[in-house]
Design a protein. Structure first.
Length: 427
């Protein structure tokens, strides 16, 4: 009964257009009233505070701030120039540069939305001038931006690791190979499309141009080296490495590239604070929701229900993927992780799925939801950035989303694809 009240009221409020934070919080309050809590109005704020009171979660605002500084400080434009110099000579060159730029940006921002804002602003117009239809150029940008939550450092994986009690560093490692496979798959699709449409090659390959653009790109790419090197080298925690990355992005933007001005810091800090507060409010509300479910053994009941359908691991994993794909289309990524991990992770563990593998599976499913209606925030931001209609964007993005689904099935049924690197590093 509690599960019905929690999920039913939350979904009902969301369908009425209530913001996700309020929908989850009010559902938690109704749940507390149902179980007969002595002081339900006190339980909600205390639970929210406990949910947000986590040192590892501090990595999130630092990653968001680092991404904002990177976009304003000229780092993203230099990465795009370097990517164009490296792959621009291939058929569909600017499309490949878009994917490579997003992959490099993903290693710094951890966010799909940050990637869309940065790369879309630089590449959509030039791609249109070279013959790409604007909706296709925007579709490439949105689809490639989804690498942000997969290739480390990923905000999505930080939240999963904290919720599931796994290592953040191990989750980062588990996302590298799947992310690279997706990028290669997207480039194959772009190459075939470019050959069919006879798109022009951006530039002839030039070692001199690569060398010139690499000089600035190396400075930019030191940021993921700092973040990941600090974590995997055991020198810094994810939170500490994210804080160091903020300092590095600040120095590069202000002193090295000199595109970041002191007057820009106010809007950057404000925007980072708004995004951070939105995520943390969801984290806090979802903690109340999760605590109520755990206290009333709801996850165990749901796990038993799922296992009663079938105990065949292949079918169960397929059912879980379908459920997560559906949830990703309807719910914010952060909320979905915080609410569903306590429910679905025990089922996955019961059939022998490694928590790291399940984390990558969940990340892929929810990331696909970012670019699918009706709630796909990446889709709407891409539509606004590229100035194209949602319907046109949806029609052009589906071949790229099929790549994500194919890789999702690959990592689901061939675990070594995502678990190979973590095992190599001893996780």
């Amino acid at each position: 009964m509690l599960a019905l009240i929690l999920f039913g009221s939350m979904l009902g409020l969301m369908m009425l257009g209530v913001p996700i934070f309020f929908a989850i919080g009010l559902a938690g309050l109704l749940g507390a009233l149902h179980v007969g809590a002595a002081a339900p109005l006190i339980i909600v704020p205390i639970g929210m505070f406990n949910g947000m009171d986590s040192f590892p979660l501090m990595a999130i605002p630092f990653f968001i701030l680092a991404g904002e500084l990177m976009n304003r400080g000229g780092i993203s434009s230099r990465l795009v120039a370097f990517a164009s110099a490296v792959v621009g000579h291939i058929s569909g060159g600017l499309g490949h540069a878009n994917v490579v730029s997003n992959a490099m940006m993903a290693s710094m921002s951890g966010s799909a939305l940050a990637n869309i804002a940065a790369v879309g602003r630089v590449l959509i117009e030039p791609m249109e001038k070279e013959g790409y239809k604007r909706d296709f150029a925007t579709a490439i940008t949105v689809a490639a931006s989804l690498l942000g939550p997969i290739i480390p450092p990923s905000i999505t994986m930080v939240i999963y690791a904290i919720t599931a009690g796994t290592s953040v560093g191990a989750m980062f490692l588990a996302g590298i190979v799947p992310g690279i496979i997706v990028a290669i798959g997207m480039m194959v699709v772009i190459w075939r499309h470019a050959r069919k449409r006879n798109y022009p090659v951006h530039d002839r390959f030039s070692i001199r141009r690569v060398a010139v653009t690499a000089k600035d790109a190396v400075i930019s790419l030191m940021m993921p080296v700092i973040i990941l090197g600090g974590i995997f080298g055991g020198v810094m925690t994810p939170t500490e490495s994210a804080a160091v990355a903020v300092v590095y992005a600040l120095i590069v933007g202000l002193v090295v590239f000199r595109e970041l001005k002191l007057r820009d810091l106010g809007p950057i800090l404000l925007n980072s604070g708004v995004v951070t507060s939105f995520i943390f409010l969801i984290v806090g509300a979802a903690r109340v929701f999760s605590d109520l479910m755990t206290g009333e053994a709801v996850p165990q009941e749901i796990a038993g229900l799922i296992l009663s359908i079938t105990e065949e691991p292949i079918l169960l994993l397929l059912l879980i993927n379908i459920l997560l794909l559906f949830v990703g289309c309807m719910m914010d990524t952060t909320a979905a992780i915080l609410i569903l991990v306590p429910v679905l992770l025990p089922v996955a563990v019961e059939i022998g799925v490694d928590p790291l593998l399940f984390g990558v599976m969940m990340s892929f499913n929810l990331v696909i939801g970012l670019a699918t209606p009706p709630v796909g925030v990446a889709l709407f931001l891409g539509s606004d950035t590229g100035k194209v209609r949602i319907e046109a964007l949806v029609a052009r993005i589906w071949p790229f989303l099929l790549i994500y689904v194919a890789v999702l099935l690959l990592i689901t049924y061939v675990p070594i694809v995502s678990l190979g690197l973590p095992r190599l590093f001893g996780y």
